[in-house]
Design a protein around this ligand. Structure first.
Ligand code: ARG
Length: 468
């Protein structure tokens, strides 16, 4: 690398306040973000030296001295990791910075730490350990969100709302059923996360730079010591594989996508036109110009931030798509965005949980929407089918009734029995009861449907599952 002194840079510079060498150093370095791996880096090193001593590659005494110093360095960094890192840009990354500090503390012995190891296997070991912690945190957040939806479903079981297709009023549902639809999405996200964990939970340590090691390393020892579930099977693959990062980013993209869809619906429902819900003041802000405004900023950001997380997934897939085996420096690009995306999804979930708990459902407004709609048209058709009219004929008869009602500025539940009889002789007095909104909801009484008994049963089942 060509080194330019600051002095020289000034001569031809002017435009840049930094010398070329400083810009290069900064460009090449990852310590400004990978310092976040310091705990995992030291954890990995502690396991590595213990294994080296066990295999008589270094002495027990050397291992002990290195381990003590590693713990001291961890103490030092923990006081202010970001600041510690900011003073060590010239060390390039957290791995080099820790090693150099170790040499400062114990001298020659520290130089043995990196025996039979490369930063290539070291960095993915650190990253996998770090991601395992993130997965555990995300699992808890997803469980909390699912609990919050379940609680809402129980609370809003008797709130009836229009269900939509094409954002057109379709059929009546229990609001509880609606909340549990969102719960279902996040339950799949949790499954996906748990599945991705299988491929994160693999120990690459011992793969060296790419080809393994001439030393007789006990790789299963570090696997056990670090709490990994498996040992990687191919050293070339182990140092270059970032599939597990991509998969994780896909899972968190799905979580953000689901949060975004939920947020969008709440934004629409909170609008003056719908007024189905009111969001708590804490989640809204005023306009700097229009005094009447209460804008749903927080759900808008839940929706907006999905963009950056999905972007990170795309970015990494594009970064790796042209890479040859094995390690290439391009791979350093994985971490900064992963950290940002993981922070974003954790914050978003935390906010969504609280946001959901504080939504005020406007039961009257929803009911009003239902009674000023044709959401019970299917019920009228199915009524005829139960009297043995083929469905297509029933559909046509009720279609005519709908047209008649619209013409006369009425709804189906306003029609008298005499009026119904114009469309089919099969209608009798009980059609009036069948078309009552509550009955339309409760008549859909099969597994997975919206009848309140069904929703309640699912709530009970979820409470069992989630409170374990
Ligand atoms: N900072 C590097 C990264 O994040 C660590 C591995 C560097 N290995 C190397 N051979 N340059 O990917």
């Amino acid at each position: 690398m060509v080194k330019q002194t600051k002095e020289k840079a000034k001569l031809w510079g002017g435009r840049f306040s930094q010398s070329a060498s400083e810009i290069l150093e900064e460009y090449n370095a990852s310590i400004t973000f990978d310092y976040r791996l310091y705990q995992e880096d030291i954890q990995g090193s502690l396991a590595h030296v213990k294994m080296l001593a066990k295999q008589a590659v270094i002495s027990e005494r050397e291992a002990e001295s290195i381990s003590e110093a590693l713990i001291q360095v961890r103490e030092e960094i923990s006081k202010n990791p970001k600041e510690w890192a900011s003073e060590r840009i010239s060390d390039e990354d957290i791995h080099m910075a820790v090693e150099r500090r170790l040499i400062e503390i114990i001298g020659e012995t520290a130089k043995k730490l990196h025996t039979a190891r490369s930063r290539n296997d070291q960095v993915v070991t650190d990253l996998r350990l770090w991601m395992k912690k993130e997965v555990a945190e995300l699992e808890n957040l997803l469980l909390d969100l699912r609990k919050a939806f379940t609680d809402r479903a129980e609370q809003d079981l008797d709130v009836l709302a229009p269900g939509y297709t094409h954002l057109q009023q379709a059929q009546a549902i229990s609001l509880g059923h609606f909340w549990l639809a969102h719960e279902s999405r996040f339950s799949r996200d949790l499954e996906r996360l748990q599945d991705a964990l299988k491929r994160i939970d693999v120990n690459p340590l011992g793969s060296g730079a790419l080809a393994g090691s001439t030393f007789n390393l006990d790789r299963d020892f570090t696997t056990k010591k670090l709490g990994f579930n498996k040992t990687s099977k191919n050293s070339l693959d182990a140092v270059s594989d970032r599939d597990f990062v991509i998969e994780y980013e896909f899972v968190i993209s799905m979580i953000m996508l689901h949060l975004s869809q939920f947020a969008e619906e709440m934004i629409v429902w909170n609008s003056q036109e719908f007024s189905f819900i009111e969001i708590s003041d804490a989640y809204a802000t005023g306009s700097s110009m229009m005094p009447q405004k209460k804008n749903p900023d927080i759900p808008e950001l839940l929706r907006g931030k999905a963009g950056r997380v999905i972007g990170v997934l795309n970015a990494l897939m594009i970064t790796v798509k042209g890479l040859s085996l094995t390690y290439n420096k391009d791979l350093q690009e994985d971490k900064e965005q992963l950290f940002m995306a993981s922070d974003t999804v954790k914050k978003s979930l935390t906010i969504a949980i609280d946001f959901l708990k504080n939504i005020k459902a406007n039961k009257e407004k929803m009911y009003h929407a239902l009674t000023n709609s044709f959401v019970n048209a299917t019920d009228a058709a199915e009524y005829l089918v139960k009297k043995d009219l083929p469905f297509r004929d029933a559909y046509t008869a009720v279609g005519q009734a709908v047209a008649y009602a619209i013409e006369n500025s009425r709804y189906l539940h306003d029609l008298s029995l005499d009026e119904w009889k114009k469309f089919s002789e099969l209608f009798t007095e009980d059609i009036i009861t069948v078309l009552k909104i509550e009955n339309c909801v409760d008549a859909r009484d099969i597994y997975g449907a919206t009848a309140r008994t069904q929703v309640k049963a699912r709530v009970d089942e979820l409470k069992q599952i989630l409170n374990k």
